[in-house]
Design a protein around this ligand. Structure first.
Ligand SMILES: Cc1ncc(COP(=O)(O)O)c(C=O)c1O
Ligand SMILES: [Zn+2]
Length: 436
């Protein structure tokens, strides 16, 4: 069940049947199935379960829908018929994220013992603020517009704050975002540069999130759209676009195995939702796939529960260089466990040292510089291949959800100049690096 159970509803406008969010028909409770009209509501009034967007999805000819999508813009709005956004969304001021590269990673495959042509990196560092969070914020901002909010907010481990700041600037919203006080400089600068208010909280992400849950129920935060709290059902849908893009980029085929980083677990659950929708719509063939979750050992509540064979996710106090994934009490943790077990996947964790090694491995094989979250995901991929849980003969997609330029410190010590010399040929020869 969702961790945010303090305020179930905050509204600039009350829930209403009249908002236009395209094919979204309402919200339904993931636990008990109760339905409510579209609104800035995130927890079920009956059972406090998390609410999800329900749809009237386009019925009919899959080939026609594929063609319609392929003719759409080179961003997430090509999937507008499957998202909670108005039909004219592409004309609104939005950062238009998505359609990032799916890189066939044969050099990396060779290093990991994966069959040629079978390993792919979905490189979401190519988004406007250099993380996958632009996808979720793009959805939340359309919901915020529909519900009449004028201020956007969030609790963030770093990337989300930047994505909200940028999207708000572009769309003409005020923003006020909240982060833990000890984030990497790259994350802080990215969150501050867009001109919104940036508040550093003396505590970890779970303290920030608790604070935001209080703020949302208080007049001090009245009328604010918190993208990952009261707009969370809409926000989450943005991660489905990763599933859509990966399948479309594979030629409308499902990958066999996907490795996904876990902080709150939202992205993991929504990628599963997206894959299921593609199957239901007949856009891809109905065949099994396995979802694998990746955490850092220093913040591994879901992986510990998975390996302990339990459904109970015990909160942890995070201590890892993978700060973007440092959520000790993940709202969607139990759902991640369900999905990993149902699909035959797994959840695993790696040490900070393995995170750094994986960042370098990706950079040195494929020329992709991942942030620590990407290092976690690749590190876990390597570990699961070695353990025989990921099958190296099948198609595997590894997500890189953020840009290494935001977490330079992780590799700064080991990525210095090979030599520092005077500008002379003699000095270069002496350094032992010359061709002859
Ligand atoms: C780079 C990056 N990857 C992955 C995640 C995980 O997101 P989720 O909370 O949806 O599990 C985050 C969350 O902040 C992130 O910043
Ligand atoms: Zn319910």
């Amino acid at each position: 069940m969702a961790a945010q159970t303090i305020a179930t509803e905050t509204a600039a406008t009350a829930p209403t049947d009249s908002v236009d969010l395209g094919p979204a028909s309402g919200l339904s409770c993931r636990e008990c199935g109760a339905t409510v009209p579209l609104g800035p509501v995130f927890a079920c009034a009956e059972c406090f379960g998390p609410l999800e967007v329900a749809y009237d999805l386009p019925a009919g000819d899959p080939e026609a829908l594929r063609k319609q999508i392929e003719a759409g813009p080179a961003n997430i709005w090509r999937y507008a018929p499957l998202l909670p956004v108005p039909a004219d969304v592409a004309e609104k001021p939005n950062l238009n994220p998505g359609w990032t590269k799916l890189v066939k990673a044969d050099n990396l495959a060779r290093e990991l013992g994966v069959a040629e042509g079978k390993l792919f990196v979905k490189d979401d560092s190519g988004n406007p603020t250099h993380s996958f969070k632009d996808r979720v914020v793009a959805q939340a901002i359309e919901a915020a517009r529909a519900f009449g909010f004028t201020t956007l907010s969030c609790s963030s481990t770093g990337n989300l704050a930047g994505a909200v700041g940028a999207a708000a600037a572009r769309a003409g919203f005020r923003s006020c975002v909240f982060i833990p006080h000890d984030l990497e400089q790259g994350k802080v600068v990215m969150a501050g540069v867009y001109g919104g208010d940036l508040v550093a909280i003396e505590g970890n992400y779970d303290d920030v999130n608790r604070f935001c849950s209080e703020l949302i129920g208080d007049p001090l935060g009245e009328g604010w759209g918190f993208v990952n709290v009261n707009l969370r059902p809409y926000y989450g849908e943005g991660s489905k676009t990763l599933a859509y893009e990966i399948c479309e980029q594979l030629g409308w085929r499902l990958p066999d195995q996907l490795v996904i980083p876990i902080a709150s677990g939202s992205q993991f659950t929504k990628i599963d939702k997206g894959l299921k929708e593609l199957i239901a719509l007949g856009l891809v063939e109905d065949k099994p796939y396995k979802l694998f979750g990746a955490q850092a050992e220093g913040c591994s509540p879901v992986s510990v529960a998975y390996k302990g064979g339990t459904d109970v996710v015990r909160p942890q106090k995070p201590n890892t260089i993978a700060k973007s994934l440092a959520i000790g009490n993940p709202a969607d943790g139990p759902y991640v466990l369900d999905i990993a077990r149902r699909t035959g996947g797994a959840v695993e964790d790696v040490t900070d040292e393995q995170v750094v090694d994986a960042i370098k491995l990706l950079a040195q094989t494929e020329g992709i510089f991942a942030e620590t979250a990407g290092g976690v995901t690749l590190g876990v991929t390597k570990k699961l291949i070695e353990a025989g849980l990921i099958d190296p003969s099948l198609t595997t997609v590894v997500l890189n959800t953020g840009d290494g330029l935001k977490t330079l410190d992780a590799v700064a010590d080991s990525s210095q100049a090979t030599a520092t010399i005077r500008p002379s040929l003699d000095a270069f020869r002496d350094a032992g690096l010359a061709a002859h």
